[in-house]
Design a protein around this ligand. Structure first.
Ligand SMILES: Cc1cc2nc3c(=O)[nH]c(=O)nc-3n(C[C@H](O)[C@H](O)[C@H](O)COP(=O)(O)OP(=O)(O)OC[C@H]3O[C@@H](n4cnc5c(N)ncnc54)[C@H](O)[C@@H]3O)c2cc1C
Length: 383
């Protein structure tokens, strides 16, 4: 069996802890008065004004080159900002995808013109992206994508349907993954990525309401949408390599184990300073798991900074992280005896209701449990 290595994460330094204090002071002001229910939305909560303020602080695109509006800070400094934002339940959702994966993909695979056009706007917190990967018949099996971009004079004509596209109704751009060549034997070739302006004629965005009744994701239909050649991201036919590298960014961050952190904090408030032995064991176990995941996720941040490919490690963090997020809800329900109620004035009761309705999706979004376990097994040489 192959061994899977997580290098020791870089330690905190004086500069990371100064930054942490600055972020906390910012959050104290910006989040004053925000309800527990709003904080429970975690990185699903959108607030463009908040995103612009983060951009002004230099907390988006932190590791990117200064020439593209970035700040050339370390992966660890970026990590500090992310974990403080998530721990506080800050409404970072508007810029989250663009900062986490779209702009890094553009920096890595895009043309100079694309880098100069998109990346500084993302760093300012003014430009939001959505992810156009899943389709009605191709979610886990991404290579089965049927949306097709056909080469025409001056560009491509796109037809097909994407589904579950988070934020497509509010994003400025989508990174679209689709087939550009149907005549290949290898299903992982002949696919490409494009940067799509969501205002392009030929796009219809239709809402899908989730379990809680909220409009968060969408169906996106392309009907003879024309894309100029300049919309191609990376090399024609290289989409598989690009999309798998993007997924490492998508799966390894603290957003994969801190989505339910507000519930944990409110649970502590509810239990008060003295807890019985059983509750102490449950809470201690959750905290121990969180701290371990944090070390693993910080280790991956270091790998990404060194240009390594942590796809398998990222799958481990996402799988363990989302399992913990889901288990946490059940564990807390065993030790805090209340009925969930989204309309309650009691913050814990309201956050519990929110979390119960959202937690089932955590092990679907960004790759399902079974798919991640398959990636891990392959990485370990077990299949
Ligand atoms: C909240 C949320 C937000 C999302 N946002 C986006 C987004 O912004 N952009 C986007 O592109 N997608 C998004 N998705 C879609 C998500 O990536 C897919 O739902 C996911 O990849 C699974 O695809 P599917 O729904 O088609 O299920 P399927 O692929 O049909 O899978 C159904 C079940 O079969 C299992 N299964 C499938 N294949 C295998 C296999 N080979 N071995 C074992 N088991 C298997 C799966 O694990 C799953 O349990 C989002 C989903 C959610 C829940």
């Amino acid at each position: 069996m192959t061994q899977l290595n997580f290098a020791p994460p870089p330690p905190n330094t004086e500069s990371t802890e100064t930054l942490r204090a600055k972020v906390r002071a910012f959050l104290d002001i910006e989040m004053a008065g925000m309800s527990a229910h709003e904080r429970a939305a975690s990185w699903g909560g959108r607030n463009p004004e908040f995103s612009r303020k983060m951009g002004a602080q230099g907390w988006i695109g932190m590791t990117w080159p200064k020439q593209y509006g970035g700040h050339e800070r370390s992966a660890l400094e970026r990590y500090v900002v992310l974990e403080e934002m998530l721990a506080a339940g800050a409404p970072v959702g508007a810029h989250w995808v663009a900062d986490r994966q779209s702009a890094p993909s553009i920096l890595r695979f895009g043309t100079e013109a694309q880098r100069q056009f998109f990346v500084p706007k993302v760093a300012k917190g003014e430009c939001y992206f959505c992810i156009g990967m899943s389709e009605p018949d191709s979610g886990s099996d991404l290579a089965a994508t049927r949306t097709r971009a056909q080469a025409v004079d001056g560009g491509f004509k796109v037809n097909g349907t994407k589904i579950w596209t988070s934020g497509a109704h509010v994003a400025h751009y989508m990174i679209l993954f689709c087939r550009t060549d149907s005549n290949t034997e290898d299903r992982h070739s002949g696919v490409s990525q494009f940067i799509v302006d969501m205002k392009t004629p030929g796009i219809a965005v239709r809402p899908i309401y989730d379990l809680s009744g909220q409009h968060h994701f969408n169906e996106v239909v392309f009907d003879d949408m024309f894309l100029p050649e300049s919309a191609l991201l990376g090399k024609l036919g290289d989409g598989w390599k690009q999309v798998t590298s993007e997924l490492s960014y998508e799966r390894s961050g603290p957003d994969r184990f801190l989505s339910t952190f507000t519930l944990l904090l409110e649970g502590f408030q509810m239990l008060g300073r003295t807890v019985d032995d059983r509750s102490a064991i449950v809470l201690g176990r959750i905290i121990a798991h969180l701290m371990t995941l944090r070390r693993m996720s910080r280790s991956i941040a270091g790998m990404l900074q060194r240009g390594e490919d942590p796809a398998v490690q990222a799958a481990v963090v996402k799988e363990l992280g989302t399992s913990l997020e889901q288990d946490m809800v059940e564990a807390l329900r065993l030790i805090v005896d209340v009925e969930p109620d989204g309309g309650s004035d009691n913050p814990y009761v309201a956050v519990l209701a929110h979390t119960i309705l959202h937690a089932p999706s955590f092990s679907l979004r960004g790759g399902t449990r079974e798919i991640l376990r398959g990636i891990i097994a392959r990485g370990l040489g077990l299949r």
